[in-house]
Design a protein around this ligand. Structure first.
Ligand code: ACM
Ligand code: ZN
Length: 471
């Protein structure tokens, strides 16, 4: 940003919009003079981001020239609406704050062991049975029937609302593990035939889809056909994380499939890992025939994954680095920089209950510190599409708590996605939170960690004030 003549009164300035093909996609140029604010861009997104920047600059806009464009094309946030269900209205509020921080991709986690959150016409029990579980809490069995799903109208509405804000929705159907809600609905899709119950606790289940049963492939095709109908974006997320091979090792159908495919163990992968890749390749073929691309968690690479898939690197950045070397596109969401379900400080007893108590926390500074290109081999950087902050909700049932975990760490994630490392500055970032962003979040009605004064020395979560130290 270049200041021209100090502060000037722009209250009477006219807005003027120009198209300038030389400006990078999503970039913009703002020229402010006392009479005129000129916004130039080559795309609609660039124009939108320029207006957002002006809003963030507040009332006293200096005379200046701002030229800006994002470092990465994929600027994502993941929200888990399975472990706890958030209403369409609450999801739209998340989209609003994403747009305000120039994020462009909403990864929507819609299926898991603890629930199935959208209707599939050919498989009605997915929502009749699979959307409901026997406990609201996933920490202790409370006996409260809990669940919900999004109607076709709600999903279409969210996709359109997101698009109006320049955000693409990537739906996730987590497969072939994290599928207990589907197994509870259609037990014949599991290796043992069940019975299964939608999970009321969290963790990893050994019960996964039977990869040796042809009915499972028909099921996946029907589910993904509906996903394609509901979600027009290029990418479909197929999960793939944490799929234990315990049942597959014992299941005659899975072992027969492995034999048919001629898989054996070798020093790189087990035959069961290769079987998981076979499922991913089936799904990828199905989706590519419909013009879509697959993205999946790191584990989808464990085997001979067909080209064209993208990898979401989550334990750390290693899978992403390897994926780029193997020629896959990559989104970085390494847990220790990007998992917003982790505690925000090590003040374990004063922060709201979160995952990995006493063991792992993710302070704002570490979100800010990520460089998605760190460790990426020269010549493969072009495969790193960008990064994502990810919010799992095993411990989060209230919208206020959700916002508390999201903010302000999401804003730090947005800076990682947008800014080049040489213009990042954590001190400046902290000052801008206090001076600009907290007042804006207050005005927009968001809860966030850092609003100590407003809440009389504590943080408001789930309607109660709890005490917690300032950052
Ligand atoms: C994951 O956190 N299991 C992707
Ligand atoms: Zn099986």
């Amino acid at each position: 940003m270049e200041f021209l003549e100090g502060n000037c009164d722009v209250s009477a300035a006219r807005m003027k919009f120009k198209t300038d093909r030389a400006i990078p996609a999503e970039g913009y140029r703002i020229e402010v003079s006392p009479k005129k604010i000129t916004v130039s861009s080559s795309t609609e997104s660039g124009r939108r981001y320029a207006l957002t920047t002006l809003e963030q600059m507040g009332e006293s806009i200096p005379c200046c020239v701002v030229e800006d464009s994002p470092r990465f094309g994929y600027r994502g946030l993941m929200l888990d609406c399975v472990r706890h269900f958030f209403t369409a209205k609450e999801v739209r509020k998340v989209l609003d704050v994403m747009a305000f921080y120039k994020m462009n991709t909403f990864h929507w986690h819609l299926t898991d062991d603890q629930g199935w959150r959208f209707e599939v016409p050919a498989y009605p029990k997915l929502t009749e049975v699979g959307a409901w579980r026997a406990s609201a809490s996933l920490q202790r069995m409370d006996g409260l029937r809990y669940g919900g799903f999004y109607s076709v109208e709600e999903i279409t509405g969210i996709v359109e609302y997101a698009a109006s804000k320049g955000i693409t929705v990537i739906p996730e159907v987590d497969l072939p593990g994290h599928m207990v809600a589907a197994l509870a609905s259609y037990p014949e899709l599991g290796c043992t035939g069940g019975p299964y119950e939608v999970r009321s606790g969290w963790g990893i289940s050994d019960q996964v889809l039977c990869a040796g049963n042809p009915a499972v492939y028909d099921f996946l095709d029907a589910v993904l056909d509906e996903v394609c109908r509901l979600f027009p974006g290029k990418y479909i997320h197929i999960g793939g994380d944490e799929c234990p091979k315990t049942m597959w090792k014992k299941c005659p159908k899975c072992q027969a499939k492995i034999a048919e495919l001629g898989y054996t163990d070798d020093e790189r992968f087990t035959k069961e890992e290769r079987l998981q890749c076979h499922v991913a390749n089936h799904v990828q073929k199905f989706l590519s025939q419909r013009g879509r691309k697959v993205i999946g968690w790191s584990e989808i690479m464990d085997g001979e994954l067909d080209e064209g898939a993208a990898i979401m690197s989550w334990h750390d950045n290693k899978a992403g680095i390897e994926g780029a070397e193997r020629g896959f596109d990559v989104v970085m969401t390494p847990a220790l920089n990007c998992y917003l379900d982790y505690y925000q400080s090590d003040d374990w007893d004063n922060e709201p209950l979160a995952i990995h108590k006493g063991r792992r926390f993710l302070p704002l500074e570490n979100v800010y510190a990520l460089d998605p290109l760190d460790g990426v081999k020269p010549g493969t950087e072009h495969h790193i599409l960008g990064s994502q902050v990810s919010l799992w909700t095993e411990f989060i049932s209230e919208n206020e708590h959700l916002e508390y975990m999201l903010l302000p760490r999401m804003i730090a994630g947005a800076e990682v996605q947008w800014r080049n490392p040489e213009v990042k500055d954590y001190g400046r970032f902290l000052r801008s939170l206090e001076a600009v962003h907290y007042p804006l979040l207050d005005a927009k009605g968001y809860n966030y960690r850092g609003n100590m004064d407003k809440n009389k020395g504590g943080y408001r979560v789930g309607g109660i004030i709890i005490s917690a130290p300032r950052l």
